[in-house]
Write a protein that binds this ligand. Structure first.
Ligand code: IPE
Ligand code: IPE
Ligand code: MG
Length: 248
């Protein structure tokens, strides 16, 4: 039984997205190489996912590599790819046994063939699972995703009057997922860095000062506790604030 099942009255996010930032600084501050930070960062993923699962969060999206990250030194890009492949090798069985369904978000074709094969095999293997959906945003950029959707709309000659928000959304890669309720960014920067721009329209945003390798299960508890206290109004006035005298 998850926390969400035990406490049906508490607000639990249906979709948590995480910008896992700060690996490089974590390493540099310890006199290590940036790739050691990425290795430590990969190790942070398991406990965080596990705790989000314990709380009953059904969809989690992790930002692992952005379209802009190609501009980093080639050896760092290679190290990130290698570590990501290693992460899949190491945890695929465990994730599969926990009923996790892996999905990929972003432009997979630009990645090296060996990594494409690994990701596609992991997605295929876990497709029948009924537990948490774990989206790996790898070579993902929100602007590229939006431009891709625009092209699809144009290529299909869809009449302008039929282009609604929900129609447009149907061309995004996240079309089958709920919108992001909670966005967490570690690494002490307050920015979105081209992540899920459409999908975070009404997300609660939590910026953590911790570097990603230092972010752990207790931090998940704290963020979810804060989220549970948040009143989400989506542009409306909360019921409790509407005075009966004003209404007359
Ligand atoms: C995030 O950590 C991981 C990726 C972008 C792949 P960084 O590598 O951006 O770490 P900092 O921000 O330089 O500390
Ligand atoms: C965002 O972090 C991308 C990922 C975490 C994968 P970056 O370090 O690349 O973003 P900026 O440079 O702070 O905007
Ligand atoms: Mg960074």
């Amino acid at each position: 039984m998850t926390e969400a099942d035990k406490n049906p009255k508490v607000n639990f996010p249906k979709h948590v997205a995480i910008i896992m930032d700060g690996n490089g600084r974590w390493a540099t501050e310890r006199g290590l190489e940036r790739k050691d930070g990425h290795r430590a960062g990969a190790e942070s993923i398991r406990p965080v996912i596990q705790r989000l699962g314990d709380h009953g969060v059904p969809v989690v999206t992790l930002f692992g590599f952005s379209t802009e990250n190609w501009g980093r030194p080639q050896f760092e890009v290679d190290a990130i790819f290698r570590l990501s492949g290693h992460f899949i090798d190491q945890y695929l069985d465990e994730l599969h046994n926990s009923e996790v369904r892996l999905q990929h978000l972003g432009q997979i074709d630009a990645l090296p063939d060996w990594l494409v094969n690994k990701v596609e095999a992991a997605v295929e293997k876990t497709r029948p699972n009924s537990g948490m959906i774990l989206n790996l945003a790898f070579n993902y950029g929100a602007r590229a995703e939006i431009v891709h959707a625009v092209r699809e709309v144009v290529e299909r000659n869809i009449p302008t009057a039929e282009i609604t928000e929900s129609l447009f959304e149907s061309f995004l890669q996240t079309t089958d997922l709920p919108p992001v309720d909670l966005l967490i960014r570690t690494g002490n920067s307050r920015r979105i860095s081209n992540f899920l721009l459409w999908q975070v329209a009404y997300a609660e945003i939590y910026f953590s000062k911790l570097y990603w390798p230092d972010f752990g299960a207790e931090d998940v508890d704290n963020v979810l506790a804060e989220y549970a206290q948040t009143q989400r109004t989506f542009g409306l006035v909360p019921e409790t604030m509407i005075s009966s005298t004003e209404a007359r």
